[in-house]
Write a protein that binds this ligand. Sequence first.
Ligand code: SF4
Length: 293
Amino acid sequence: MDYLDKLEAHSIYIFREAYREFKHLAMLWSIGKDSTVLLYLARKAFFGHVPFPLIHIDTSFKIPEMIEYRNKLARELKLKLIVGQNKEALKTKQTFPDDNVDRITCCKLLKTEALKNTLSGQFPRYRLDHELGVFVEDQDKETYTGVIVGVRADEEGSRSKERYFSPRDKNSDWDIGDQPPELWNQFKTEFALKTHVRIHPLLDWTELNIWEYIDRENIPVVSLYFDNDNGKRYRSLGCYPCTLPIDSTAKNVKDIIKELKSGKLKNIAERSGRAQDKDGGGTLEELRREGYM
Ligand code: SF4
């Protein structure tokens, strides 16, 4: 086995543990490279079928190409796609792009609150109906108790503090100082009622591993990751008012692998183009403690 095979095998093991332990399981799909690799790993773990819904929290400010790609792939792979949104905040324009709140508040409303309430079933869940070809309100309102997330430890400081099975309390809060140890691949999967567990099959993967796996498995990704003849590409995808591309001439997956191996980006944080990470004095960990992905 090479190192990608080992990473893949461990991730598949985590997936199967999660499926065995959690009756109401879902996976977050941000449309980015990591959660799309997660999607393809899930298909490998369950022989081409994804036996749980994929949840996308739509802030309504995502780069349009991301939404086109999401819907196209969901149709092609016949995924159970659930979209959650904080409609009240959008209706009352309590957003940063509308100039009414700061970025941190906007992220809390459009991402954290939307996620919490979609997971708990308090907000409507919109499911892609493959026969009708449109989104319809899902009748399943049950709380998801296991949530698979494409977090990688090397992506950003607070993510390196996650466990493979990382508990959240009934408010989705994360107590970093009180997490179970995970020794010898023994995971604690029983937690108190009304809490949920975030499951992280990609914790040991690096940015380079992700791109190497995309290359090896021929996984389709949003073309925003590639230079479109303007010397710029997105290294991390998000909302268009808060996400900037980096200087890069990488036009395909192999170019990105070469660029990462060259060390050109080694002193530049992967999420350096994400403005919300820097607002309020670098409070991404604070956001994540309160339930942010
Ligand atoms: S990334 Fe920007 S637009 Fe998106 S939720 Fe956060 S502040 Fe709002």
